[in-house]
Every structure is written in C-alpha cells, then in structure tokens.
Write a protein that binds this ligand. Structure first.
Ligand SMILES: Nc1nc2c(ncn2[C@@H]2O[C@H](COP(=O)(O)OP(=O)(O)OP(=O)(O)O)[C@@H](O)[C@H]2O)c(=O)[nH]1
Ligand SMILES: [Mg+2]
Length: 431
C-alpha cells in the first residue's frame, strides 16, 4: 500500500503532518506528497495542471493510492480518477478515516457506526454516481459498474435499519449507566483529540478489573504492550473501575476527536460519545508536548465536539509533561488559560502527578451530600443498612430500641434512594 498524500488550501501553506499520520494509521506507506495553494477548481478540486503533476508523481513513485485531505465531490473524484493512471485508488480525508475506523471496529456497535457513516457519505453522492455510471468510460471505476437510481433508496432503507439497531444499543447502555449510578458509582469519561494519551491514562488510573464486555476487544489497553503513536487506536469505549480514595469511580475511555470532520461523521459516532455527554465529570486530555497553537486548535475542536450536548463539568488534563520543561509548561498554561482554566499537568507514561489527578477528580466530581437517616426496625432494615454501606461513606451507625441511626456521605442520587427505601419500610410492630 503505497500512497501519495495531497492537500489544497485556500491560502498560506498546506500542512500535511496529520494526513501523513492518518495514512500511516490506515497502513499506508507515504511515498510522495503534493500541495497547492489556490481556490477550489470545480472540476478537479486542485488545478488541472496540478492533477497532471499528481499523475506523473504516481507513475514515478509507483504509488497505488492517492489520499486527498480535502473533501472531494463525486464529479471531481471522477475527473481526478480519469487523469490518474488506471487502477489508482483515490481517497479523501473522510474515506481514509472511515477506512481506519473500519479496520479497528471490533464491536457490533462500532461496526454499525462505521457502516452508517459510509452510507451517509454515499447518500448525497448516489445521484451523481448513477449518472456517472451511465457515461463511464472506464467500467467499474469507483465501483460504478452496476450503479443506478435504485441505490439511493437502498441506502436510505439501510440507514433507517442501522439507526434502529443503534438506538436499541443506546437504550441498553443508558440503562446500564443508570444501574451503575444506582450502585453508587460516579461516571468519569476520558475525552480528547486522538493520540492525546487517553488510553494510557486509563491504564494509570484504573485497576486491572474490567467492568465492560468490550475490554478484551481493545488491544491498546493491553497493559503489557506499549501503546503505539498512532491515530485512532481506540474506537469503541472501554470502562474500568478507577482507584480513588473515597469515591467509587468508573472511568470510560472513548474514541478520539479530530478536526475537520463533517457533521454526518460525528453524528454516526454520537452514541459512542454518549458516555462522555452523560458522565459526571469529563477529563479532557491534551497532548501538552505540542506547540501552543496546535494545542489551542485541538482544544477548540474538542470543545466544539463536546459543546452542544455535554452536561458534565470539564477538567483539562495536560498530558505528556515528561516531554517539556517547567518553564515551557508555565508558558503553555498561561497562553491557554482562557480555554483551559486551571489544568492539571500529568504524565501518563511516567506516572508523574497521577496521585494529584486522582485527588482533583474527587474534588471536581459533583459534591456528595451529608445525610442523617433514621431507619425503623423492620425485616428489610439490615439489607438497607448494608446497601448504604456499599453505596456511601458511613460515619455513624447506632441502634436504638426500634430504629437505626445512619449518618453518611453519598452522591445525591444515593441519598434520595436511601430515603425512599427507608420510607418504604414497614416497622415491625405494625405487622
Ligand atoms: N512521552 C509521553 N508519551 C505518552 C504519554 N501518554 C501517552 N503517550 C504516548 O502517546 C501515544 C498515544 O497514547 P494513547 O494513550 O494511545 O492515546 P489515545 O488518546 O488513547 O489515542 P486514540 O485512542 O488514538 O484516540 C502513545 O504512543 C503513548 O505511549 C506521556 O505522558 N508521555
Ligand atoms: Mg486510545
């Protein structure tokens, strides 16, 4: 798999660094690159001369694939394909990302999400492809061989089916979140740009114990294997129990964010992000070894992704501080204080400051409530008392003649539930 990466920008100089990383993540060896600064050409995206240059580069480097960072319309795709040597595959940023996601999708949900994204990508292109297939000079190009109008209807039907199945999965997950909360767990989610170090931090913060059926499907969480410097190593979500002093926390690792993703692609992975949106606290992880400008852009992308639906407070984590000096860190803190107020600086690799992070997580989680509860003696009383012990931090437990006094700290939801259960108890003498 030998690829040429290409990018067009309207102004300034095109930066190919991220596209190169994405290509590598998909398994390509990058054998050439090409950039252009100009406005979009309606027929070719790039200038026509540039596409001819691209064709020569393909021949010279013996590449089999061309990856374009821009969104390429169906007609542009067709025209570029006609100019390039036969059999050359053309991908744009989105089909490349879908390619990576497709390779990594291990769970039913992840596979459905990838399929959904592919269909959403194809839908607006279906009509164009059908008309191109009719006048295709190169039968089979872009898989257009048997393309016709009925394809659009098929796509819509498939999208509806997948949405139904994903909704059913989301319902089950919502139920599981509720059960976990009822069991006294606070839910904390790791979010952030791809490659920021989320999975590494999960390993640092969490016990080996997996609480998720997906855990074995995440090779990047293997504590022995060194994680790779690769984009999108995590695709589904994995949840583990984190070891904190007082509070029982479940920590969920999630898919990384990336810039320039169109709406339909983000939407397709919405239910993956649900565990972020519905958390009690979000740890927004940033790679602090990168230049300030890049950190800022990635923070903006992350906040944009979280913005509309996130309900939880956000704690920014500057990760990879083993790679920078104290002075550099101070400079970055100051420069980014607007978008990342009071961040905590850690290293997931060396473990530096991880204990402080644990304390910060406890401090930032919504406050526990103090409760003083008088429980009447009844058949179910002792089971309620032990439930409170399991879900709360019990300070006092004293027995009087016909009641138990419990004083404890707990999540507001646990306090409410304890009160309700106590109110439901029928005192012994009345039965
Ligand atoms: N030097 C250094 N490298 C780190 C640190 N934390 C993570 N890394 C490296 O950064 C790379 C990405 O780490 P991951 O934990 O896989 O990142 P991620 O955010 O889970 O990435 P995606 O799953 O792709 O979104 C790996 O090569 C890690 O070894 C750190 O504190 N210091
Ligand atoms: Mg990861």
């Amino acid at each position: 798999m030998r690829a040429i990466v290409a990018k067009r920008v309207e102004s300034g100089t095109a930066d190919l660094a991220e596209l190169r990383d994405l290509a590598a993540a998909a398994g390509y060896t990058v054998v050439g690159e090409l950039t252009q600064t100009r406005t979009e050409d309606p027929a070719y995206c790039f200038g026509e001369g540039k596409v001819e240059e691209l064709a020569e580069l393909v021949v010279r480097t013996d590449a089999d694939t061309v990856i374009i960072d821009n969104e390429v319309g169906p007609f542009q795709m067709f025209n570029i394909g006609q100019t390039l040597p036969e059999e050359t595959e053309v991908l744009d940023r989105f089909t490349l990302i879908l390619d990576i996601f497709g390779q990594r999708a291990q769970t039913r949900k992840a596979q459905l999400q990838v399929e959904l994204a592919e269909l959403r990508y194809e839908l607006p292109r279906a009509a164009a492809k059908a008309s191109l297939a009719k006048r295709d000079e190169r039968p089979g190009f872009m898989g257009l061989g048997e393309y016709d109008e009925s394809r659009e209807r098929d796509i819509k039907a498939q999208i509806a089916n997948i949405n139904d199945e994903l909704e059913a999965i989301a319902d089950k997950e919502a139920q599981r979140r509720a059960e976990r909360r009822e069991s006294g767990f606070d839910l904390v989610a790791l979010a952030g740009y791809t490659n920021a170090g989320k999975s590494t931090l999960l390993r640092q913060l969490a016990a080996e114990l997996d609480v998720d059926e997906n855990a074995d499907k995440h090779p990047d969480l293997d504590s022995v294997a060194e994680s790779q410097d690769m984009l999108f190593t995590t695709l589904g979500t994995t949840t583990r129990r984190a070891e904190l002093d007082r509070r029982e926390v479940l920590l969920t690792d999630t898919v990384g964010f990336i810039s320039d993703l169109p709406h339909w692609l983000v939407e397709s992975f919405q239910s993956t992000l649900e565990s972020v949106y519905r958390a009690d606290l979000v740890l927004l992880v940033v790679d602090a070894s990168e230049p300030i400008q890049e950190m800022r852009e990635k923070l903006v992308t992350s906040h944009d992704t979280l913005h509309e639906r996130n309900e939880a407070p956000i704690l920014t984590v500057f990760n990879k501080v083993d790679l920078l000096s104290e002075a550099e860190l101070d400079e970055k803190r100051a420069a980014l204080s607007g978008i990342a107020p009071n961040p905590i600086a850690v290293s997931g690799r060396t473990g530096e400051n991880i204990e402080t992070l644990r304390r910060r997580v406890e401090a930032e989680l919504p406050d526990w409530k103090h409760e003083r509860l008088l429980v009447p003696m009844a058949d179910e009383t002792m089971s309620l008392v032990s439930w409170v012990h399991d879900h709360a931090h019990v300070e006092t437990e004293s027995y009087e003649a016909d009641q138990v006094l419990l004083e404890f700290d707990a999540r507001p939801a646990v306090v409410e539930q304890a009160r309700a259960r106590a109110a439901d108890l029928n005192p012994v003498e009345s039965t």
